[in-house]
Ligand binder design. Structure first.
Ligand code: PLP
Length: 442
């Protein structure tokens, strides 16, 4: 596969141009990568008006992902999910209110989108939840919610995979959304690689209309590299607006280093990377079984993740791994999450097995805390833009949440902006170590 962005950068460097343009380092090495950090010089195209090498590379990505259009972002899914919500709102039927139906475990960037785009949210809560990170929604529950609304929402919005690796039944949920005359938009920040498994488990192959992937989380791409995908189910008009939507939320100085890594990733995905990913997914399935055999509770998750349920011990486990020179992706009181890719080595897996050893600790029970259902006092936008103040979380009962207070990762708001902070939320603040919260001033 051609790599037009990386080719231009190589050529530009080899031809020895004097750089009378941004960035200020002029390609001279401080970190070592500056020679490929350029601006929109002649021939380098422009991300939001792409019709040259960037458009060609994005076309390659669209072919790899089988979409109508796939656009690059150098500002992560945080940018792409705002753009996809904008596109969903723009394509709703005339006269219908700006409403998104969303599973409650959204990333905080979703609330930023709600504040900027001023839409209302109808939240979907799970029948039962054991973590802030998970919000499994059944097709029946979605159908009931959609049937109860006066008009179809602009979109149904899901996060899948979630931070623990829980995967929604996208095919069933997409069918329900479509039956009710709306779109399915998926935050697939953690699942770009799912397209390259056999068969594909990527949301776009299961009926999703709009989707964002943080390429940098699961593919060999620099931080910030992401895709906004638009499916063939949507018309050309929506695809044509994608760049405008992304430009609304992005810097006019996208990183060519990140663009080049997305470009080179195309070539890797067209080459032997999917076969290596497949081998790692198989190896990880074996590792899960070995750990279960040694007494560990390993959750079902997306194929390149290892999630261990260790009530009240996950932080200690993370520390134990750290002592063995291994850093996990995420640990809270109860769950330990490791993200792997084809770039991890067998030696690292052996080290992991050796340090985890056998789980001979007596099983502890984790108190299941329900997700907080706060009463809505203000719209998300009003709450964000009112004067606010920071107060201790333990004293926040009854106050209105202003900006979401999150621990990052997983950056999932415990209380939504505009909601009254209730007793369930105060317990969750304590559980997740949140010490202060932003509330609307009295
Ligand atoms: C579920 C989810 N959505 C969106 C994001 C934002 O992605 P990015 O960091 O690529 O902007 C994250 C980041 O961790 C995430 O976990």
């Amino acid at each position: 596969m051609k790599t037009p962005i990386a080719d231009l950068l190589r050529r530009y460097e080899e031809e020895g141009f004097a750089r009378f343009h941004m960035p200020g380092h002029k390609g001279r090495a401080i970190l070592g990568c500056e020679h490929w950090d350029i601006t929109e010089i002649a021939g380098a195209d422009s991300l939001y008006e792409a019709d040259g090498i960037i458009a060609e590379s994005e076309g390659n990505a669209a072919a790899l992902f089988g979409t109508r259009r796939s656009c690059f972002s150098t500002e992560g899914s945080s940018q792409c999910l705002k753009a996809m919500l904008y596109l969903a709102l723009q394509s709703r039927s005339a006269g219908t209110p700006p409403v998104i139906v969303a599973a409650r475990n959204v990333h905080r960037a979703f609330l930023h989108a709600a504040a900027l785009l001023d839409f209302e949210v109808v939240w979907l809560f799970p029948a039962e939840s054991r973590s802030l990170c998970s919000c499994p929604i059944s097709a029946e529950m979605l159908g009931r919610t959609l049937a109860s609304l006066d008009a179809p929402p602009a979109a149904v919005y899901l996060t899948s995979p979630d931070y623990l690796g829980g995967m929604a039944d996208i095919a069933a949920l997409a069918a329900v959304a479509h039956r009710h005359g709306t779109l399915l938009a998926v935050d697939n920040a953690h699942g770009a690689y799912l397209r390259f498994l056999t068969p594909s488990q990527h949301p776009m192959d299961l009926g999703t209309d709009l989707c964002c992937d943080s390429a940098h989380k699961t593919l060999p791409v620099l931080t910030g590299g992401a895709y906004l995908h638009i499916s063939r189910r949507l018309g050309e008009e929506t695809a044509a607006q994608a760049k405008h939507a992304l430009a609304l939320f992005g810097s006019t100085s996208p990183s060519y280093l990140t663009l080049a890594s997305l470009d080179l990733c195309n070539a890797a995905l067209a080459g032997e990377l999917p076969a290596r990913m497949h081998r790692m997914a198989q190896r990880l399935a074996e590792i899960r079984e070995i750990l279960r055999g040694r007494g560990w509770t390993v959750l079902e998750s997306d194929p390149l993740r290892l999630t261990i349920h260790a009530p009240q011990r996950a932080h200690a486990l993370a520390q134990k791994l750290r002592s063995g020179k291994m850093e996990c992706e995420y640990a809270d009181g109860d769950f330990l999450v490791l993200m792997l890719t084809a770039e991890n080595r067998e030696e690292e897996l052996q080290r992991l097995l050796s340090v985890l050893g056998t789980n001979d600790a007596p099983a502890a029970e984790a108190e299941a805390l329900p997700l907080a259902k706060g009463e809505r006092a203000l719209s998300i936008r009003e709450a964000f833009f009112r004067p606010h103040e920071t107060i201790p979380a333990a004293e926040s009962l009854g106050r209105i949440c202003a900006a979401p207070t999150v621990s990052c990762p997983p950056a999932i708001p415990i209380v939504v902006s505009g909601e009254v902070i209730g007793a369930e939320a105060v317990k969750l603040f304590h559980r997740y170590g949140v010490e202060t919260v932003e509330v609307v001033s009295l």
